[in-house]
Design a protein around this ligand. Structure first.
Ligand code: ADP
Length: 546
């Protein structure tokens, strides 16, 4: 039987809009607290209900400023309550929130602003000098909104149309009905880091954002509930802080925003004073926190669970968190183009009887696809590879929160047969656990064979004298490329090249052994907290040719 048209379901057809999340949170978890370390240094606290009120004031204010459906309003801000209000006030009213990364250079910010055709820019007080530097090059911005009070407005500034956030929203009532519109309408815009070429915009829709929020709160993913206190360390200015500004309010949890104070001491103290149970961040941030706690012999009294992603979580860091601090580690993988979550790590019931070492090997993988994300690995010719945990190839994904094309069609068609090529190389095992071998542009091609750099870095970082390690491919006269290890020693530790190379013996095939080790004071870190391997490759290009 093949009916011409299906029998339609008869349920309400309510569009999935982000305003619905805040409206729900204010109504059902109205007393949930939101605590923010302000850039001024003090702590601000209020409730979900007050956040909803102020977001509606902002929506009214933006309307009065002439911001209309689909127009872009940019933010340049740390994680905090005003930024959260912008998440909902801007997108909820039908405009598009464009989050910008303050770690970018002034020229890059001007490029992104002009490309996005931003109408207004909201920014934290501390970014005034940065905004003054690139504002003269912005061609579409009608006004700048300083996210502070009247007392924080500068006496002198080169910015023409500078408005005060608190004055602006206080001049408007909270009497605002969130408009209902097509759930496929644009919601937020985030540019990729653009390590090569110009950054490209990823334009999330309300539907993609709400579906991502639902899925990411699931027990196998972030497992957020109304009994949690969640601290997003991962920035709201990049990939929507992994969706936490949406998944946490819909779960009713308390939120704690660290603002600009991301050093180990500040993060530790805020976690303890606010009773943080769950947090998310990139490995470089946790390094600071763990070093601080270890050096001072501290324990966490409430911190129980963390998601680490953005780059591979070194096994040594995972072990420290679990064994020394009793914190459960969920390894997460994703990217700007995926809203960003794609997979999360964890154990299946059948793994519970395995040994500790075998369990760790599984937890170390980037994990299982989240329902909504489909993935596969293919070879250079696009042929699908088996899920055997050994075959590795280009990782492809598809799903309702994965990019279909970049903003303004930059880069043309990005999909291959309906799949998005992630640029990552990975294996997938028979249970569906994905493990990243490398980024395709970082993988080392030695004599036609591939060497994955993440494995080598993980081994180096398991050495007690190593603080950080990056493995890069550098030109080699015979093998095209060979691995070079760039290492930062732990303070006060001595470690020589031979000792570190000896530590690799028996852990990898001989031809994977790094050709050399260089010691550095620091490693270059980019705007999203990741080690910039392209800069290291440039710096050490001649290393094996000399
Ligand atoms: P960019 O750093 O260019 O802004 P994203 O922030 O979107 O890009 O980062 C996406 C990339 O980060 C992924 O394609 C992958 O290479 C890397 N990545 C993210 N999470 C992990 C992880 N858990 N393990 C290894 N690599 C990861």
């Amino acid at each position: 039987m093949h009916p011409q048209s299906p029998l339609m379901g008869q349920m309400m057809n309510q569009p999935l809009l982000v305003s619905g999340i805040l409206e729900f949170a204010a109504r059902h978890y109205g007393s949930s607290e939101i605590v923010s370390r302000r850039v001024e240094g003090d702590l601000h606290r209020y409730t979900m209900r007050e956040c909803h009120q102020r977001a509606r004031r902002l929506a009214n204010a933006l309307h009065a400023l002439g911001v209309r459906m689909g127009e872009r309003v940019a933010t340049l801000a740390w994680n905090g309550y005003r930024h959260l209000e912008a998440y909902y006030g801007v997108s909820g009213s039908g405009a598009v929130l464009h989050t910008m990364n303050p770690r970018l250079h002034a020229e890059q910010l001007a490029y992104i602003c002009n490309h996005a055709e931003d109408q207004f820019l909201m920014f934290d007080v501390c970014f005034l000098p940065l905004v003054e530097a690139f504002a003269p090059h912005c061609t579409t911005i009608k006004g700048y909104i300083l996210m502070g009070s009247a007392a924080q407005m500068p006496a002198h500034t080169s910015i023409d149309n500078l408005l005060c956030y608190e004055e602006l929203i206080n001049a408007h009532s909270d009497d605002f009905q969130w408009p209902q519109f097509d759930e496929n309408a644009a919601c937020t815009l985030c540019y990729t880091s653009g390590t090569t070429g110009n950054p490209k915009g990823v334009l999330y829709s309300h539907r993609s954002t709400v579906l991502h929020a639902y899925a990411s709160a699931l027990p196998n993913v972030l497992n957020v509930s109304s009994r949690d206190t969640v601290m997003p360390v991962v920035p709201m200015f990049h990939v929507n802080a992994w969706g936490l500004p949406y998944s946490v309010p819909l779960s009713g949890a308390k939120m704690v925003f660290p603002g600009a104070a991301l050093d180990g001491k500040s993060v530790y103290e805020l976690m303890e004073s606010e009773g943080v149970t769950f947090s998310a961040g990139v490995p470089t941030v946790w390094l600071g926190l763990l070093n601080y706690a270890t050096e001072h012999g501290l324990k966490f009294s409430t911190f129980r669970r963390t998601v680490i992603g953005g780059s591979a979580c070194p096994p040594a860091m995972m072990n420290t968190l679990i064994d020394q601090f009793g914190v459960e580690v969920i390894h997460g993988w994703g990217m700007t183009e995926m809203s960003p979550l794609g997979t999360t790590g964890g154990l299946l019931s059948k793994h519970l009887k395995l040994s500790r070492e075998e369990q760790r090997k599984i937890l170390q993988k980037q994990g299982h696809a989240i329902y909504g994300v489909d993935m596969k690995i293919v070879d250079d010719d696009g042929k699908e590879l088996p899920w055997d945990g050994v075959s590795y190839g280009h990782l492809m994904v598809r799903g309702p929160w994965i990019v279909a094309r970049y903003f303004k069609d930059e880069g043309g068609d990005v999909l291959q047969d309906g799949w998005f090529p992630t640029g990552d190389v990975s294996t997938i095992d028979a249970d569906g656990f994905m493990q990243i071998t490398d980024r395709s542009k970082d993988v080392i091609k030695s004599g036609g064979e591939w060497i994955g750099t993440i494995d080598l870095e993980n081994i180096a970082m398991a050495h007690t004298a190593v603080l950080q390690a990056a493995c890069i491919g550098v030109p080699h006269p015979k093998w095209d490329e060979r691995p070079l290890l760039v290492v930062v020693r732990r303070p006060g530790q001595t470690l020589e090249r031979e000792q570190l190379l000896a530590h690799f013996e028996g852990k990898v095939a001989k031809w994977w052994l790094p050709d050399d080790v260089v010691f550095a004071e620091t490693l270059p870190v980019g705007g999203t907290g990741k080690i910039q391997k392209n800069r290291l490759r440039e710096q050490y290009r001649q290393h094996l040719l000399k």
